[in-house]
Design a protein around this ligand. Structure first.
Ligand SMILES: C[S@@+](CC[C@H](N)C(=O)[O-])C[C@H]1O[C@@H](n2cnc3c(N)ncnc32)[C@H](O)[C@@H]1O
Length: 288
C-alpha cells in the first residue's frame, strides 16, 4: 500500500497550534444563544467545524438522524461542530466501550452514553484544553456518569491497547497532520472485531495548492481533507478491513459560507475545483 503523499506545505506543529487555537477560541466564545455546525442549510451556517455565526437547532436536525440530538442541553448543542452522524453509523449496543476522537463539547459522547447504558462507557479525547473543560461541564449538566473526557492527541491516544469496541469521530480526522497515525492508533485501541465509524470531510480530486497552503482553511476543515482513495488507503494501511465510504450530501452554500468565513474568496473562484471536490462522508471499517 502506497503511503499518502504528505501535503508539502504543512508543518505539523504549526497545524496543531492553529487548530488548537481555533477550537480553544470557539469553546471560549460558545454560549447558549450561539450555535456553530457544519453541513447545515444555506442560511447562516458556519463553515464546517464551526465559527462564530449563530445558527438554528434545525441544522442539528439536518446533520443527525439520531432524534435525541436536539434534546441535549443548549450548552451541548451550541458546541456541535460536526459534519455527520457517527452515532447512527456506529449502531451502538448496550455495554459497549466507545471512544470519540476529537470529542469537542461532547455531543456524540452524550448520545453514545445513552445507547451503551450504565454497563457501557464512553471516552472522549480532545487536544484543546478549553474544549475539554466545556465537555466536562456539559457532562455534569447532562448527568452522564458513564462518560469521561481525556486531554490528548488522537495521534497518541491516552487509551489502552484493545480496550474499545467502537471508535467514532465527527469532522476531526481531516484536521490531523498525520492521518495514517490516527488510523493506526484507532486500530491499536480497538478490540479484535471492533468497529470504526466516522464522519469526515474528504475530497474527490486534488485541492488547489493555494487552499492547501492556507492554515485557516486547514483549521476550518478544508485544506487537510484527503482524497477519497488516500483516505481509504490510510485506513487499510492501518490494518482495517471492509472499509466503506459513502458520500453525504453537502449543499454548495456550505462551501460558500466556509469560503467567506475563512476569507478564501481571493484564492477560490466559484468554478474552482473546491466546489466540485469537497464533501462530507460516512466511513466504516473493522478490526479483524
Ligand atoms: C470540528 S471540531 C468537532 C468536535 C466534535 N467532534 C463535534 O462533532 O462537535 C474538532 C475538534 O477536534 C479537536 N482536534 C482537532 N485535531 C485534534 C487532534 N489532532 N487531537 C485531538 N483533538 C483534536 C479540536 O480541538 C476540536 O475540539
Amino acid at each position: 500500500m502506497a503511503r499518502i503523499e504528505k501535503n508539502s506545505f504543512v508543518v505539523e506543529g504549526q497545524v496543531r497550534d492553529q487548530v488548537r487555537e481555533r477550537y480553544g477560541r470557539i469553546a471560549e466564545q460558545s454560549s447558549v444563544d450561539q450555535q456553530a455546525s457544519c453541513c447545515g442549510p444555506n442560511n447562516a451556517v458556519s463553515d464546517c467545524c464551526g465559527v462564530d455565526t449563530a445558527v438554528n437547532i434545525d441544522q442539528i436536525k439536518m446533520i443527525y438522524e439520531a432524534p435525541d440530538a436536539t434534546e441535549l442541553p443548549a450548552e451541548v448543542t451550541t458546541l456541535s461542530l460536526g459534519c455527520g452522524d457517527p452515532i447512527t453509523l456506529a449502531a451502538l449496543q448496550p455495554g459497549q466501550t466507545v471512544l470519540d476522537l476529537g470529542s469537542g463539547g461532547g455531543i456524540d459522547c452524550f448520545l453514545a452514553a445513552k445507547r451503551v447504558g450504565q454497563t457501557g462507557r464512553v471516552i472522549g479525547v480532545d487536544m484543546t484544553a478549553k474544549m475539554i473543560e466545556k465537555a466536562r461541564a456539559n457532562k455534569v449538566k447532562v448527568g452522564a456518569d458513564n462518560v469521561e473526557f481525556r486531554l490528548g492527541e488522537i495521534e497518541h491516544l491516552p487509551v489502552a491497547d484493545g480496550s474499545v469496541d467502537v471508535v467514532i469521530s465527527n469532522c476531526v480526522i481531516n484536521l490531523s497532520p498525520d492521518k495514517e497515525q490516527v488510523f493506526r492508533e484507532a486500530f491499536r485501541v480497538l478490540r479484535p472485531g471492533g468497529k470504526l465509524a466516522v464522519s469526515d470531510i474528504v475530497t474527490d480530486g486534488p485541492l488547489p495548492d493555494a487552499v492547501k497552503q492556507d492554515m485557516a482553511a486547514w483549521a476550518g476543515c478544508i485544506a487537510g481533507a484527503l482524497e477519497v482513495h488516500d483516505y481509504i488507503g490510510a485506513i487499510e494501511a492501518a490494518g482495517f478491513v471492509d472499509v466503506e465510504l459513502t458520500p453525504v450530501y453537502m449543499d454548495k452554500s456550505v462551501i460558500d459560507d466556509a469560503v467567506e468565513q475563512l476569507q478564501l474568496r481571493e484564492i477560490v473562484s466559484e468554478d474552482d475545483s473546491l466546489y466540485h471536490s469537497v464533501f462530507s462522508a460516512k466511513v466504516t471499517a473493522f478490526r479483524t
